[in-house]
Design a binder for this molecule. Structure first.
Ligand SMILES: [Zn+2]
Length: 70
């Protein structure tokens, strides 16, 4: 499975060093992710992942709330 971010080449099956893959969240955070990724609401996000290269470490570790930075 590839990272859903356009232009990102990270693949989960290659287990890139130091890269974690995240599922899409539910609720208002999902809408935020779709907006940042420029995807419409009909885009199939359920089987997609985004890798940790697009998040701030602080967001992941301290708050558990993941915000995407492209
Ligand atoms: Zn990625």
């Amino acid at each position: 499975m590839a990272c859903a971010v356009n232009g990102c080449k990270n693949l989960k099956r290659f287990k890139p060093k130091g890269v974690t893959f995240y599922r899409f969240p539910t609720g208002s955070l999902l809408n935020e992710w779709l907006r940042v990724l420029d995807k419409g609401s009909k885009w199939q996000w359920t089987n997609k992942l985004i890798c940790s290269e697009h998040f701030s470490q602080n967001d992941i570790i301290k708050t558990g709330v993941k915000t995407i930075y492209l």
